[in-house]
Design a protein around this ligand. Structure first.
Ligand code: ADP
Length: 423
């Protein structure tokens, strides 16, 4: 699971980076197109103005460099120096003609500035084909103080006009963006689907593994019951019969839950929380493992911090966790001596299972919680397992909002600590 969710995160990360990169390139590209269109607009307006100067004698020395008499005070406003009062009708007609000749299809407000009165004396709205209608909200053109007369050409909708020229690029970028988002969403759903499916499969695998312990316990108990002289030891007989009985009902309830889970779509562990005494549950778990304890001559000591430990959790799952930890402590030790302590840490109820087994090297300590992870070196693989137990324990503890930790030194032993919220 850990490996898979890592791959999933990596795929999502790479896709996000790629999509961001493509979007960034698109934006840079759009900005370049905007700058290009803006430059094109300026060139066209300059060309129209130059042509207007040639057409009409607006300055005394027409040979003078026209660029000198044009001032682009802000992107929307051009000031055209004039030395004489032009014929207005002619001026507007020519202006309109020049602008259309050079493909400037946006409206323009032309005003004539009088340096003596220091204001605009005449104003004309040059409406060009394809232009925007003047709106009430439009701001008045500010007066630019100069000591000469000029014609101010103001293009109020220059920005929109340039954007309109870019419509094709904007639309294609938008389309690409939609495609990318659609692509991203599909990948996400595809992986989520796969993730759910895998989680459920893992869970069923884990659960199946959990059937092994009760079955093994029943097997050992029934072997004991088969002994010839067992009738002479009624206490032992009763005890083992009770173990078989308890394990059978435990198995029945697990089968029920397994079926429920197998038929639900839910990817997480559905918890069925109830109030119970955790100390009692620890004792029951040890009792469940009694045949194994006897078989390996294990010594199990308990040290409860309080006589009763009331908690609210999923009892069946927690029991499986405890069984797993204690079973491992027995399995991975030659002469097992196990200490089980409980303590309270903040709102968490903690159980510490300490063994004197073969221990776990540092590099394996994180990985043992991964699915199917087993340490394959050394002679320890006399003990059988699927590498699913600790993965299941971690999942149960995580789902409860708790935590699991391991401390271990090879050759000396391991300590597994689980902590879950009391409610
Ligand atoms: P399994 O016991 O079925 O192999 P687990 O998930 O319970 O699977 O454990 C994973 C691995 O972690 C084991 O194969 C074992 O190598 C190691 N391990 C777990 N508990 C202990 C322990 N108490 N002492 C030493 N090694 C352990």
């Amino acid at each position: 699971m850990v490996i898979r969710s890592k791959t999933l995160r990596l795929v999502i990360l790479i896709s996000t980076v790629l999509i961001t990169l493509i979007i960034a390139i698109q934006l840079i590209w759009l900005q370049k197109v905007y700058l290009y269109e803006e430059k094109q607009f300026n060139i066209n307006v300059s060309k129209s103005i130059r042509s207007l100067y040639t057409e009409m004698e607006l300055v005394n020395d027409a040979t003078d460099n026209v660029q000198k008499v044009i001032e682009n005070v802000n992107p929307d406003v051009y000031l055209l120096k004039i030395d004489c009062s032009p014929n207005l009708d002619e001026l507007w007609i020519n202006l309109k003609a020049e602008l259309t000749d050079f493909d400037v299809y946006t409206d323009c407000r032309a005003s004539i500035y009088d340096p003596v009165l220091n204001k605009y004396t005449t104003e004309e709205y040059v409406n060009l084909p394809d232009a925007y209608f003047p709106s009430e909200k439009e701001q008045d053109l500010p007066v630019y103080l100069r000591d000469y007369a000029y014609i101010a050409l103001y293009f109020p909708h220059r920005g929109q006009y340039i954007l309109k020229q870019m419509l094709f690029w904007i639309a294609s970028s938008g389309l690409l963006l939609v495609v990318l988002i659609g692509f991203g969403i599909s990948i996400f759903y595809l992986y989520r689907q796969k993730f759910y499916y895998e989680t459920q499969k893992d869970f069923v695998n884990n659960f199946t593994h959990e059937f092994k312990t009760p079955l093994a316990v029943i097997k050992i108990a029934s072997d004991v019951l088969k002994q010839k002289n067992i009738v002479e030891k009624p206490d032992k007989l009763n005890n083992y019969a009770a173990i078989i009985n308890e394990q059978t009902s435990h198995l029945q309830s697990q089968v029920q839950r397994l079926l429920e889970i197998a038929y639900t779509d839910r990817s997480h562990l559905p918890l069925e929380k109830e109030n119970f005494d955790a100390n009692e549950l620890i004792k029951e778990s040890i009792n469940d493992l009694q045949p194994l304890i006897e078989q390996k001559n294990a010594v199990v000591n308990t040290n409860f911090s309080t006589p009763i430990a009331d908690i609210k959790a999923d009892k069946a799952y927690l029991r499986l966790c405890l069984i797993n930890l204690i079973e491992n402590a027995i399995k991975y030790a030659v002469e097992p001596a196990i200490d089980i302590d409980t303590y309270q840490q903040g709102n968490n109820f903690c159980v510490r299972v300490k063994d004197n087994g073969i221990g776990i090297a540092n590099e394996h300590q994180k990985k043992i919680f991964d699915r199917f992870y087993r340490i394959t070196e050394g002679e320890l693989h006399s003990s059988k397992g699927f590498g699913l137990g600790l993965n299941f324990v971690k999942k149960v503890i995580d789902t409860h909002g708790g935590k699991i930790e391991v401390e271990s030194e090879p050759g000396k032993g391991s300590t597994f600590t689980i902590g879950i919220p009391r409610s």
